[in-house]
Design a protein around this ligand. Structure first.
Ligand code: XMP
Length: 310
């Protein structure tokens, strides 16, 4: 594909779609939404309002880091605190698809619905990519950002149109476009992180306490595996417990799984062979997190597993 031509075409299309209207988009700091943000600002300048929705499911320091980074590129991003809304919607849910549905509803109806009413925006620019659409349509998993492809009319349901300039690209293509747009390596080389964020890495109910645990484990895994060049690495909190010992006392503690995979486009994936010494260090650091007494390394490729756990 000619990515230079792709960028030009998308800028022309976005201008044509939005005309003199107002558009809004949500930035998560991942490569997909970052590319949409830059494409959108090049097309619409101040007719595009970019927000970062803090859903309480983010990695450590993520909201402030993303807002700061885009401010340094001259793109203002408004931080919207929607922690309460997301945690209330997730309360008591354990089924993976119900959790995903609750996040979708909260994002599009509750939080975005309100933002759209407040700003008068008629368009939502969205970073949906081809893999998201394919996996949702194939019934593998309901990606949080898929609407029209599964029969949801966003204009009717939520009162705005959704534009998806990246819907013909896969992750590798999005990274190429990101480079052409001059995005820093901090973004173009960032590992994928799903829209439903740490909720995809908590099996069972998402609670503040369980978020603290998985957030701490995620920070350790990202620090320890950051130099592997792997496609994606993560920590997952299981919904099971195991007997162990903490400070000489028996404890029925939490179990964290570490996953590190290689992939080109996330459709298939293979586990990365990590040196034993490094795995041991990760295990030591993770079992030092309060309440965690086991750490496992996941050897499963995709298929039969998916990359995330919900
Ligand atoms: P799975 O778990 O389906 O993940 O093998 C494939 C890739 O997609 C990411 N992923 C998501 N990205 N919204 C996203 O934006 C989602 O709902 C979502 N679920 C999974 C996942 O991290 C992996 O890179």
């Amino acid at each position: 594909m000619n990515y230079q031509a792709f960028v030009k075409e998308q800028i022309t299309s976005i201008k044509g779609w939005v005309g003199n209207g107002l558009a809004i988009n949500a930035l998560s700091g991942g490569v997909d939404s970052s590319v949409v943000t830059v494409l959108g600002h090049r097309s619409l300048a101040n007719k595009l309002k970019t927000v970062f929705i803090d859903n309480d499911l983010m990695r450590k320091d993520e909201p402030e880091r993303v807002v700061r980074l885009f401010a340094s590129m001259g793109i203002p991003v408004e931080l919207v605190n929607a922690r309460k809304e997301f945690m209330e919607a997730l309360k008591g849910l354990t089924d993976p698809e119900e959790k995903r549905n609750a996040i979708t509803r909260t994002f599009y109806a509750t939080v975005f619905g309100k933002l759209v009413r407040e700003t008068g925006a008629k368009f939502l620019l969205h970073g949906t990519i081809l893999t998201d659409i394919e996996e949702t349509v194939a019934g593998i998993k309901r990606q949080h950002n898929i609407l029209s492809q599964i029969g949801i009319d966003p204009e009717k349901e939520y009162g705005y149109q959704v534009l998806e300039p990246l819907k013909t690209l896969r992750k590798d293509g999005v990274r190429e476009v990101a480079k052409i747009l001059g995005l820093p390596a901090e973004i173009t080389q960032r590992i994928p992180f799903p829209g439903p964020a740490l909720a995809t890495r908590i099996v069972g109910e998402v609670t503040e306490e369980r978020l603290v645990t998985v957030r701490a484990a995620t920070a350790i895994v990202e620090e320890e595996l950051g130099d592997t060049g792997a496609f994606q690495y993560m920590a997952v909190l299981l919904n099971d417990r195991a007997t162990g010992m903490q400070q000489g006392k028996r404890e029925f503690g939490q179990i964290i799984v570490v996953r590190c995979i290689n992939s080109v486009d996330a459709r298939t994936a293979t586990p990365v062979e990590i040196p034993w010494k490094r795995l041991t260090r990760i295990c030591e650091r993770i079992t030092a997190i309060r309440g965690v007494n086991r750490c496992l390394y996941d050897l499963t490729p995709k298929p039969p597993a998916t990359i995330e756990y919900i």
